[in-house]
Design a protein around this ligand. Sequence first.
Ligand SMILES: Cc1cc2nc3c(=O)[nH]c(=O)nc-3n(C[C@H](O)[C@H](O)[C@H](O)COP(=O)(O)OP(=O)(O)OC[C@H]3O[C@@H](n4cnc5c(N)ncnc54)[C@H](O)[C@@H]3O)c2cc1C
Length: 332
Amino acid sequence: MAADVWVVIDHERGAVSRVSLQLLTAARALAAGTGGQAVALFAGPGWEQAGPVVARYGPGTVLVWAGEEAVEFQTAPLVAMVAGLVADRQPWGVLFASVPLGKEVAARVAARLGAGVLADVTGITIEGGAPVAEHPAFGGAVVVRKTLRAGPFLICLKPNAVPAVEAAAATPGSPAEEMVTVALPEAARRARVVERVDTSGAGRPAVDQAPVVVSGGRGLQDPANFALVEALADALDGGVGASRAAVDAGWYPHAAQVGQTGKTVSPQLYIAVGISGAIQHRAGMQTAKTIVAINKDPDSPIFALADFGVVGDLFDVVPKLTEEILRRKAQR
Ligand SMILES: Cc1cc2nc3c(=O)[nH]c(=O)nc-3n(C[C@H](O)[C@H](O)[C@H](O)COP(=O)(O)OP(=O)(O)OC[C@H]3O[C@@H](n4cnc5c(N)ncnc54)[C@H](O)[C@@H]3O)c2cc1C
């Protein structure tokens, strides 16, 4: 198994997050370079629902720890599972989603194993058998390339760093399914999860995982006007973000805040509506692949960053844009 590339599946009771599918795609590409296979690790209830989805993305093997205990005590069970299996089977490396849960688990596994972690990674290749990862630093102003001296290589890949691509053809009998159990030490049972609340809202993708993000700022002038941002996001099947000015005014929940003191997002498309583009906001979104800004002030700093800028009143532009997108979607 030494050449295998493992993926820790991020899911909520079997509903597999989009970033997990991206990780499986990346693992397949890396495994082609290491000469191993992609291996998925699944912990918790819901494998019946998740299994067929995971299989489409081509892991050769899945290691499943089913049952409630795996998700009952915060991150400790997942840490015990990953650290134990990695120590036993010595894969080339493990990919985690670079979201708060994935980064915490990776850091704790690294501490257990004395391994290094590459976090917030936006691109990865293999040179001389080791990973070379790219990640943005200083709020995205600089891109750093870094590597680890020795495996197991623990790598946290940011959502949308790579597209999720299904494996070309399903191999019969694949993936091989292996059920595993993990003996949880008493110390891992100290913090019990008592409730889970879905804060993504209205079935929209979470802002830090969505491939399209539409964010609103103070230019919206009133919380009710976030309906314009939501309608545009829904037309694009995207998530909704907000500037800190909008969040501080109580117009939108803090969970949606993009920026230095909010979420860092790297979607394929980021649309800033009535946002000036302060440095602290840019720190959270400037690694987006394509940035569109809608602002009535032609001198607004956001235009220095935008790939496409619309100088205009958002109350005119956004409804027309949404209408046109819906019209074109209906024609498809
Ligand atoms: C330590 C620290 C941390 C911070 N962290 C964050 C953070 O995480 N995220 C963040 O966003 N900010 C953060 N900030 C705040 C940041 O400095 C800005 O104050 C904030 O981003 C401004 O939000 P805004 O662009 O919505 O508002 P404004 O700067 O007021 O911009 C509103 C924009 O809307 C435009 N506008 C107005 N009316 C219309 C209209 N009708 N049509 C089109 N455009 C219109 C205006 O031209 C203007 O450009 C932080 C600040 C500090 C000091």
